[in-house]
Design a binder for this molecule. Sequence first.
Ligand SMILES: [Fe+2]
Ligand SMILES: [Fe+2]
Length: 283
Amino acid sequence: MIVVDDAPSQLSESATASARTVEAWAHAYITTRDLHEKLMPAPPPGQWRDEGLVAPLAPGRPRALCVVRKAPRMPRKAGTPAARAKLLHTFLHHELQAAELMAWALLAFPTAPRPFRQGLLAIMEDELRHAAHYRVALADLGVAYGDQPVRDWFWERVPACRSPGSFVATLGLGLEAANLEHTARGGVLLPDLSRRLRGGDEAGALLQEQSGREEVAHVAFGVRWFEAFRGSLRFEDWSAALPPPLSPLLMRGTPVARGARRRAGMSEAFVDALEAWRPRPAA
Ligand SMILES: [Fe+2]
Ligand SMILES: [Fe+2]
């Protein structure tokens, strides 16, 4: 049996539960220092209202998390339970940051179209579910979230995005798209996770498939909205929309997942250019 040991730290209503608008809820979610709430916030309220809330530049961090400036070295293989736990812990923290940054974008771009902002909210829900899957896998190894140091790398970079187009270029078309390449690695790490989560092979397989589809859908969301904001998705426009020092180098894995990227709506020419891109040699 999998035991998840977090109970709400206060008896009073949580910050996300007491928020009356989506904007206040997003702000409460980013800034909360309550681990339970960070992993399982109350559902967002139905009402939207621009309350002039400023998007926080850094997230609240529960005391259980030790945030470091330099991430510990990642194991190259998941051969031992300790290495597996290290990787899973890192992936969990990536999912959490992705969820938080969806909430950040919702606040940072208050004049962006409502369907775009609603889409951010829906992706956030997916990311929290993915984080929960990793947490279950970690618990199975006897490791809790917070047992290893974490680095807020996404937070160090993404808030430099000055427009919703730059945001989708960086997250959906950049970091999340690179995840399509890393998914195979995740599949090796979590061969039986889905089955245990659902209690049956068939349902477990469905869950795994669903997660894969969701990641492709997140990238597709990036494609659709980049095109809406910038007219089309051309490789040069995309790379120019990345806030420095980010470059396409960090936004792809090896080998490039051509099929998944094409399913997400990237053109053949875009994927070719991404594959062929090389950093300029220093002058
Ligand atoms: Fe995810
Ligand atoms: Fe995602």
